[in-house]
Design a protein around this ligand. Structure first.
Ligand code: MN
Length: 368
C-alpha cells in the first residue's frame, strides 16, 4: 500500500456477454497502483439445472492477488457444492460457501508457508428468474438501479462500524485511524489469515471475518434497470447516485456495455481515483435503451466543448505556460450545461484531450 506508479496503467481488460434476458459488460484497470490485485467473474447460465440463474462477482485483493484470484475462480463452485445450496436454501448455501472457501484457502501452500499474506473483499450476486441474492464481505459494493434510482446498496464493512468494532475489540484487537489494529482498512475479507488466529473464537468472531452479509431482493421486471458491482476504486470517487445517473445517461447513448464500463473507469481516474478499478455492469430487460434524442444532445455537448476549447486556445495564443491543465481549469470555470450527470467534466476528459491535441498539438505533447 501507499506506493504508486509515475503514470497510471490505463490499458483495460474487457469482457461482455448475455443470457437469461441479461446483458453484462466488465472493465478493469490497474491505474496508479504498482500491481493489479482485483479479480471478477461473470456467468449467465449456471450448471446443475440452474441454466436460468446467473452469477456476477467482484473481488478486491490487498497485499497480493492470490486470494482475489483464487476466490474469483472458486467461490461460485464452493457455494453451489454446499448441501444447503443443493437443498435450495440459497442463503445458507452462500453463507457456508464463503466460510468453506476461506477455510480451504488457508491450506494453500503459499498460505500455510506464510509467504502470502493476501486478502480480498468479495461482493457477488446470484440472479434467478424471481430474485437477486447478494452477498457482501468487505468494502466492494453492489447497487441496484430501479426506475432511475439506486434503491438498494450493500453496506461497506469498515472497521469503524459499531458491530464490526465490537467484534474486533472482543477478539482483542483495536480500531485506529479507521483500520483494524491501525493497519487493515476492511473488517471483513477472505484470506488475511494473520487476523484470524485468535484462540477460542469461531471464524466469524475473529479480527477480520469472512462472513458475508446476505440480502435477497424480489425482481421487478418492469422497473429494474441494472446492477453494478464494483470495488472501492470506483466508489471512492463516485456516490451510488452519481454512478447510477452516469450509467443511466450512457445507456441512452449506446448498448455497448464494455464501452459504458470503460467510460466509468476513465471518469473515475480523472476524478482522482488512485486505486485498481473493476466494474461489472448487468442490465435487465427494463434498462434504458439508446435514443436519438439523447445522442443528439451529447453530440451538441461535444460541439459546444470543441467551440469553447478553440476559443480558449485562440485567447491564450502565444501566452507562456498555457497547457492542458489550464485548459481544464478554464472549462471548469465555464460551467458548461448538459455535462453527463454524475460524471461531469471528468467524463468528457478523453474527448477534451483529443480536441486539444488536434487544435494545439505542440502544447498537448509538452504535457507529460
Ligand atoms: Mn481497492
Amino acid at each position: 500500500m501507499g506506493a504508486f506508479l509515475d503514470t497510471p496503467k490505463t490499458e483495460k481488460y474487457n469482457e461482455h456477454g448475455e443470457g437469461n434476458g441479461l446483458k453484462y459488460g466488465v472493465a478493469s484497470m490497474q491505474g496508479w497502483r504498482l500491481e493489479m490485485e482485483d479479480a471478477h467473474r461473470a456467468i449467465t447460465g449456471l450448471e446443475g439445472g440452474l441454466t436460468d440463474w446467473s452469477y456476477f462477482a467482484v473481488f478486491d485483493g490487498h497485499a497480493g492477488a492470490l486470494v482475489s484470484a483464487h476466490s474469483a475462480e472458486h467461490l461460485l463452485e464452493c457455494i453451489m457444492q454446499t448441501e444447503e445450496f443443493k437443498a435450495e436454501d440459497v442463503i445458507k448455501g452462500i453463507h457456508s460457501g464463503f466460510l468453506r472457501l476461506d477455510d480451504e484457502m488457508r491450506d494453500l501452500p503459499q498460505m500455510s508457508s506464510g509467504s502470502d499474506k493476501s486478502g480480498s473483499t468479495a461482493v457477488c450476486a446470484f440472479i434467478s428468474p424471481r430474485n437477486i441474492y447478494i452477498a457482501n464481505c468487505g468494502d466492494s459494493r453492489m447497487v441496484l438501479c430501479r426506475s432511475g434510482n439506486p434503491i438498494f446498496s450493500t453496506r461497506d464493512h469498515k472497521p469503524g462500524l459499531p458491530a464490526e468494532k465490537e467484534r474486533i475489540q472482543k477478539a482483542g484487537g483495536s480500531v485506529m485511524i479507521q483500520r483494524v489494529n491501525g493497519s487493515l482498512a476492511v473488517s471483513r475479507a477472505l484470506g488475511d489469515y494473520e487476523y484470524k488466529n485468535v484462540e477460542g473464537r469461531g471464524p466469524c468472531e475473529q479480527l477480520v471475518s469472512p462472513e458475508p452479509e446476505i440480502f435477497v431482493l424480489d425482481r421487478d421486471e418492469e422497473n429494474d434497470q441494472f446492477i453494478v458491482l464494483a470495488c472501492d476504486g470506483i466508489w471512492d470517487v463516485m456516490t451510488n447516485e452519481d454512478l447510477c445517473d452516469f450509467i443511466h445517461s450512457r445507456l441512452l447513448l449506446t448498448d455497448d456495455l464494455e464501452a459504458v464500463t470503460n467510460q466509468v473507469i476513465d471518469t473515475c481516474l480523472y476524478k482522482g481515483s488512485r486505486d485498481n478499478m473493476s466494474i461489472v455492469l448487468v442490465t435487465f430487460p427494463g434498462a434504458p435503451k439508446p435514443c436519438p434524442e439523447a445522442q443528439k444532445k451529447e453530440a451538441e455537448l461535444e460541439m459546444a466543448i470543441e467551440r469553447r476549447i478553440k476559443a480558449i486556445v485562440a485567447q491564450q495564443e502565444g501566452k507562456e505556460g498555457f497547457d492542458f491543465l489550464q485548459l481544464l481549469q478554464y472549462l471548469m470555470d465555464e460551467d458548461l450545461p448538459n455535462l453527463p450527470p454524475g460524471g461531469g467534466l471528468a467524463a468528457k476528459q478523453p474527448f477534451i484531450e483529443h480536441i486539444f491535441r488536434e487544435v494545439c498539438p505542440s502544447r498537448a505533447d509538452s504535457q507529460h
